[in-house]
Design a protein around this ligand. Sequence first.
Ligand SMILES: [Zn+2]
Ligand SMILES: [Zn+2]
Length: 249
Amino acid sequence: MSLRGMSQALLDLVLPRVCAICGAALSEHEREMVCGNCWLKAQELPRPRCDRCGHPYDPTRRAVDCAWCPLLPPFVRSARSAYVLPGGQAEHIVHALKYQGWPAVAEPMARRMALLRFPADVERERAALVPVPLARSRERERGYNQSMELARHLSRYWTIPVRADVLERTRSTATQTQLTPGERRRNVSGAFRATVHREVLRGLHLVLVDDVVTTAATLNACAAALHSGGARIISFVTFGRAPAIGDRW
Ligand SMILES: [Zn+2]
Ligand SMILES: [Zn+2]
């Protein structure tokens, strides 16, 4: 047994490893912080999904009638999400990452996000990952930005760099949970700004990373800032996605 394996075995002995979500003991081969059972209970975003926005659509209707696509401005090429939120195990996983101080949960989350397939042009063009910036006060309080943690791990899987330095939050915004779609848009409008010279972003296809998307108000505001800062096109990737009004899945 290697020294590392030995110290892990010792550590397991004194400090039994448990799932960060349900608290069940992790078996020896479960090396991540969330147990297999919890992952099984997390609800994947249903299929079929729209090729552009990645939103599930009613298979009895035509894909061109996608109700989510109109949320996206023309310079947003595509969006992808892996799991359904709120409710269920996926929400607990996001909660562990954001509020229970488990940044390590980002690794298994990002591994699953990395499996999402984008249209071929996106996979060919995507130049860098940009995490949605957190308000400085919130990042200080939490100790990390959860979107940055997801982006860091995604970057290894997709072998593209993270550019956390190209976008900043210019003001902190009220939490969006209780707001209507219109209020969400106003709340984040103009809250982000590109921080680098246009030449740095010119012509690039960037992928914004966030933990959850609901009405896309925050991601759209970030995308607008990057686009007016020189980027040609933007795509989104998130771990979770909330149903839109009228969704029946
Ligand atoms: Zn579990
Ligand atoms: Zn769509």
